[in-house]
Design a protein around this ligand. Structure first.
Ligand SMILES: [Zn+2]
Length: 596
């Protein structure tokens, strides 16, 4: 981006965010004149076209996201009740996280749908969406971006803030800013769009008696006491707050930071946190379910760390990693001469975990014999070492995990049903990473800090295409895969530079149906190249039997769905249409075109 272009843009429309991700060492600073002209963002029509009302189905879609049209008075009364029942602090947390998720989702959509636009136009979609969703309108005062140093500074005015107006009505003038949900949205949008944790703070608020609300956004480390704002993004106090991640890493020997090892903000993540918070103080057996790499052991450790057994040991064993003939001696111990080769007695994991927690990962792989012994240990609280006649009492809390469907294993006779019911007292399903996209960038930043410190690398962040790819990738290996990729990126990226897509996806990861930022999007000519053959086949089919246009569309949708492995959004992408249209087709209704 050349300076002159930037000046040109600035003169014509009072903004400039060019060069956001490009390597440029120029700092762009823009100060509007005193007669602040309310900034109009371009292309609001484009977004409005993506808004689809389908009263027949009871659905509203904004692009691929289902929306709700709610009365602001109803939200206001919910807000009021939250404040009255939970207090301002907890209410603020709930509303901030709700806003953050909306903002992060909108940023994800913008990145996906506006990848070919210039940075400013893409970035501007967020404030437009927020305005379209009815919260307020936004005016840009200052925006500074220097991608070379990762510098960002933004100052904006919110006009007609719905939250401030409601707060004034319900609670009168406030001593501090009150636009919590909107602040959460801005934090979620900005952080997700820029690919690192940013903090937007409301410095003036209409509810405090100012003429408008004014917000400032900059990197977390540039704020005084960012924890005062960021703590509202954590649902539970054992979740790691974004601002102290690096600090915690540097003090990784510190038992308190070792205790905090969970990062996330999505509703799926918060549900899991809420469940472990509830079950931790009890003695109940907990069963974590979820794909491999979703962090089952991390959750199990956290569960132990916040339980009454925290001072005792946490012993983990991966049942799948130990040969079948050794698993029993590993778990229950062995007495000298217990089997050939057992030259001395040694305790098993059960005994070592006495008083503490035993984490049994991949429990579905246990042999039936080991399952029987485990059941006895669970029921009677006692174990027998191999080759021993003595029964030993153990006080162990069992936390198990599996990525298999244990019910199916039971039906197939591979898993004891009585053990299954014992373990299934408190099942906790951990969603895969692809279903909690809001957590991706928080995790990315967490691992970036960790590996930069570990490998002593200076990496400024990620390029736009790298962030886009990180958000779009399906993460079959979940958090473990993300962790490995970030470590690889930190090592491969040039010192003092940014991590690019080529530093991350180097070992054949499939980036999905959508083209990566470096590949050109399939041009219409490629698509049309298949059309003559398709027309021939259609001609034959039509001559053979009469097919209605409806049936044709149904076939196309079904084929796309099968290509997309049943994922409606991906099928819509293949068909070059919206998720809503495919969803309508699936519900067996006539497909309204957005233009209709
Ligand atoms: Zn406000």
């Amino acid at each position: 981006m050349q300076k002159t272009d930037c000046d040109q843009t600035a003169r014509s429309s009072h903004y400039c965010l060019q060069g956001l991700f490009r390597m440029s060492n120029q700092t762009i600073r823009l100060q509007l004149p005193n007669d602040r002209v309310k900034h109009r963002f371009p292309d609001i029509e484009d977004i409005i076209k993506r808004l689809l009302f389908s009263p027949g189905d009871g659905e509203i879609w904004l692009d691929q996201q289902r929306m709700l049209l709610l009365h602001s008075a109803a939200i206001a009364s919910l807000r009021r009740e939250l404040i009255e029942t939970l207090g301002s602090d907890k209410a603020r947390g709930l509303l901030s996280r709700m806003g953050y998720q909306s903002g992060a989702r909108d940023a994800d959509m913008v990145r996906r749908e506006h990848r070919n636009r210039n940075d400013f136009d893409a970035f501007a979609v967020g404030p437009q969406l927020h305005a379209l969703e009815g919260f307020m309108s936004i005016e840009t005062i200052v925006q500074e971006v220097d991608s070379e140093t990762g510098h960002y500074y933004g100052e904006y005015i919110w006009h007609n803030s719905a939250e401030a107006e409601e707060h004034l009505r319900a609670h009168g003038r406030s001593a501090s800013p009150v636009c919590w949900m909107q602040q959460g949205y801005a934090n979620g949008y900005l952080s997700s769009f820029l690919g690192r944790q940013m903090l937007v703070r409301e410095v003036e608020c209409k509810a405090m008696g100012h003429a408008t609300c004014r917000i400032i956004g900059k990197a977390v480390e540039q704020w005084d006491a960012p924890e005062n704002d960021l703590r509202y993004l954590q649902a539970q106090d054992f979740v790691q707050s974004p601002n102290n991640r690096q600090v915690n890493f540097q003090r990784s020997g510190d038992p308190v930071s070792a205790k905090i090892n969970l990062v996330g903000i999505s509703s799926g993540f918060n549900t899991v946190c809420h469940m472990i918070q509830r079950v931790a103080p009890t003695q109940a057996t907990v069963l974590f379910l979820g794909e491999s790499g979703v962090g089952k052991e991390q959750f199990a450790r956290t569960l132990h760390n916040i339980s009454e057994r925290a001072a005792q040991t946490f012993v983990a064993i991966n049942c799948a990693a130990i040969p079948e003939q050794l698993i029993e001696s590993e778990l229950f111990g062995v007495e000298k001469g217990g089997y050939s080769g057992a030259s001395q007695s040694r305790p098993g994991r059960f005994e070592r975990a006495d008083g503490g927690t035993l984490f049994l990962d991949e429990i579905g792989t246990l042999s039936l014999v080991a399952q029987g012994k485990l059941l006895r240990a669970l029921q009677e609280g006692e174990i027998e070492r191999i080759g021993d006649t003595k029964v030993r009492k153990v006080d162990v809390r069992i936390v198990a995990a599996t990525n298999e469907d244990l019910r199916k294993q039971v039906e197939a006779g591979k898993f004891r049903d009585d053990l299954f019911y014992r373990l299934n007292v408190f099942p906790v399903q951990i969603p895969p990473l692809r279903e909690r996209k809001e957590d991706i960038l928080l995790l990315v930043e967490h691992f970036l800090n960790r590996f930069c410190a570990l490998h002593k690398c200076q990496v400024t962040g990620f390029t736009e295409s790298a962030i886009e790819a990180l958000m779009r990738y399906g993460w079959p290996g979940n958090i473990r895969e993300l962790e490995n990729l970030i470590e690889r990126g930190v090592i491969l990226a040039p010192d003092g530079g940014a991590i690019d897509i080529d530093h991350l996806f180097t070992s054949g990861e499939k980036l999905g149906a959508a083209p990566s930022a470096k590949e050109p999007a399939p041009s219409s000519s490629t698509v049309n190249g298949n059309v003559p053959q398709l027309a021939d086949a259609l001609h034959a089919a039509l001559a053979d039997s009469q097919i209605s246009l409806d049936e044709l569309e149904e076939i196309a949708v079904n084929e796309a769905l099968s290509l997309a492995a049943g994922n409606v959004s991906s099928a819509a992408k293949i068909l070059g249409t919206t998720r809503a249209r495919v969803a309508y087709r699936l519900s067996g209704k006539k497909v309204p075109h957005p233009a209709e």
